[in-house]
Design a protein around this ligand. Structure first.
Ligand code: CU
Length: 228
């Protein structure tokens, strides 16, 4: 008798605590990361930098390099031209950046046949290769006309689930660019963002789009850091 009378209240309290906890988490962006993304949250609120993603933009998180610029759509080609000591190998679909300070321009959704893809040079989702300790400048441009795209370099190998951000870790500090808006057709502008990081640990990594479902649909490629 004594025991039984406590069961219902305890269940009630547990349910209440759950609801409150969920509500709190939701109001704070649903979920915090503990795997190196810093203060970012899913459905991130940004950090007040006012960079136009608006509240509730999925997977917004900032690593201190969150702003984006726009360039005229007709400058896509010059933006994405490969510069420096670069070897493009279309036989094995790889691009090797031999410089110590490589600039890697990546096009999200390079054409209508490759919406869920990245383009580097004229290759689709190529293996990107850099030297050990390269100081990489990663530049992303979103050429899509109706989807956001971002990029993260991760240790986590495919395959990727729909909610990919919950299931990956960041390969290098700052090796990510938050999702960029799609083309502004009226003003003919494309959004670009960039980040810099040190490829300080040789190994095989992957670059992926963190927007839900995109990596699952194949929006990723290999990223290799050579050991010399
Ligand atoms: Cu994407």
């Amino acid at each position: 008798m004594f025991k039984r009378s406590f069961v219902k209240p305890i269940i009630f309290i547990l349910v209440l605590v759950f609801i409150l906890a969920f509500g709190y988490a939701y109001s704070n962006g649903f979920c915090t990361y503990t795997n190196g993304y810093g203060p970012g949250m899913m459905y991130g609120k940004g950090n007040g930098s006012g960079n136009g993603y608006g509240p509730g933009m999925m997977y917004g998180y900032n690593n201190g390099q969150s702003s984006y610029q726009t360039i005229p759509t007709n400058q896509l080609k010059s933006f994405s031209d490969l510069t420096g000591n670069v070897a493009v190998n279309d036989k094995n679909n790889s691009v090797t950046f031999n410089d110590q300070n490589p600039v890697i321009p990546i096009i999200a959704s390079p054409n209508d046949n490759a919406m869920y893809s990245f383009g580097v040079g004229n290759l689709i989702n190529p293996t990107i290769i850099v030297r050990k300790n390269a100081n990489v400048t990663l530049k992303l441009i979103n050429n899509d006309d109706d989807m956001y795209h971002g990029i993260i370099i991760t240790n986590t190998a495919p395959s990727y689930p729909y909610m990919v951000m919950m299931n990956i870790s960041l390969a290098f500090q700052y090796s990510a660019i938050r999702p960029l808006p799609y083309e502004d057709k009226q003003s003919k502008l494309l959004a670009t963002g960039s980040t810099e990081f040190s490829a300080n640990t040789p190994g095989t990594y992957y670059y992926i789009c963190q927007v839900p479902g995109h990596a699952q649909h194949g929006m990723y490629g290999k990223f290799i850091v050579l050991d010399k």
